[in-house]
Design a protein. Structure first.
Length: 396
């Protein structure tokens, strides 16, 4: 069975590389996509904020040639800002298509709207950064679910970079993610330096961790604000980032003692059942932070000899908590448990709210690592319904 299993993972890894797919410019001049005036938001333009309660910033190229504006998989020439709501099934040219209601805003108007919404609440902002194989619609759907599920008491911002939304385009997504590093770090720095932002909760999924961690480090080094202390609650769901690189780098800046003393913390959701991260490990040669794979065979043998689960995690660092969702993993890849598994959803809701402990967490031999176990009161078939409820419904 082992050779077959390894062949399956290796084949999946080859698929993720996108080696069989060529990405080109397309059949339309990029200038033609944005020629319509709707792609250039005018200062003072009225936006129905009640119908579009969520915020977005994006480096995707928009297509304004048709009545329904779409955000494409191509790179845009600059960041654009706007408001959106959860995507809806919409009939376009006789076909049912998922479409996100949205409107662009001029940067100044967007930042003023964000401040007004933040001032009405507790000074908290939630920033969601997606990962590999996402469209603007799928990312908007997840961001809207996060807003609804957590009942977050402040504005929710989706940062959308040009992922290709194709399983064969992993290498292209990596390329576009790295290309977007400067855009994202500058955006995060601007957000962190606003005096009216008291706390930033950052949620990243998958490949998004490779945007988030270096950007936080950059803001820590360069920000004029008080030690970037408003970036306090960082959540990495299924992070596709090199585990050893993460361990080395966070102690220097992101979880330096002075920042942890100011209440900064990182929560990482991991799963040994995550097939996407198993494939990424095969591609990159080293384990990913979101997968408790034992790269060191001697460490694995020691755990087995002690009768412990053969799972290896990032080393303990003050401010770091790891939550293992292997036993409640859901979906064909197990790569989005924080949005798909009822037990993981409930834990995630509490972490966003700033809670440090939860009764359902089971302690392990490592003080910074906890396991989530199945809840008989939340059978698998109820996961989707539970994870799409509001906070009061979810925690019953």
């Amino acid at each position: 069975m082992r050779p077959i299993r390894h062949l399956t993972v290796a084949s999946f890894a080859l698929v993720l590389t996108g080696c069989a797919v060529a990405v080109d410019y397309g059949e339309v001049r990029h200038a033609d996509y944005v020629a319509d005036a709707r792609c250039t938001a005018q200062p003072g333009a009225v936006v129905d904020e009640g119908a579009l309660p969520l915020f977005f910033a994006t480096s995707r190229l928009p297509d304004c040639r048709t009545p329904a504006i779409r955000l494409l998989t191509h790179r845009g020439d600059h960041l654009r800002y706007g408001r959106f709501n959860a995507p809806q099934e919409t009939e376009i040219a006789g076909k049912e298509t998922l479409l996100t209601p949205m409107a662009f805003q001029a940067p100044g108007d967007w930042w003023r709207s964000l401040q007004a919404e933040t001032d009405r609440r507790q000074g908290r902002v939630l920033l969601y950064v997606h990962g590999y194989r996402e469209s603007f619609e799928t990312t908007s759907k997840d961001a809207a679910q996060i807003a609804r599920m957590t009942g977050f008491d402040g504005p929710v911002i989706e940062y959308s970079w040009p992922s290709q939304h194709k399983i064969l385009s992993y290498a292209v997504d990596e390329t576009n993610m790295y290309h977007d590093v400067r855009n994202f770090r500058d955006f995060l720095k601007t957000l962190a330096e606003q005096t009216w932002v008291k706390e930033i909760v950052i949620v990243s999924h998958s490949l998004g961790a490779r945007l988030v961690i270096p950007a936080i480090s950059y803001v820590d080094r360069t920000s004029s604000s008080a030690d970037s202390s408003n970036i306090s609650n960082i959540i990495l769901a299924s992070p596709d980032i090199d585990r050893e690189t993460f361990e080395r780098d966070i102690e220097e800046e992101v979880l330096a003692a002075r920042r942890v003393a100011r209440d900064r913390r990182i929560t990482v959701y991991v799963s040994a059942s995550d097939k996407a991260l198993a494939a990424s490990r095969t591609l990159h040669g080293y384990p990913r932070l979101g997968s408790p794979y034992c790269f060191d065979p001697f460490e694995a043998a020691d755990l087995k000899a002690k009768g412990l689960p053969v799972r290896c995690y990032a080393n303990a660092v003050p401010g770091l908590t790891i939550v293992d969702t292997t036993d409640v993993s859901r979906g064909s890849t197990g790569h989005s448990n924080f949005l798909r598994s009822a037990v993981a959803c409930r834990d995630f809701v509490d972490v966003v709210a700033g809670k440090r402990t939860r009764p359902e967490r089971v302690a392990t031999s490592s003080a910074h690592v906890f396991r989530l176990m199945p809840d008989p009161a939340a059978p698998k078939e109820q996961d989707e319904a539970i994870c799409n409820r509001t906070p009061l419904e979810l925690l019953r």
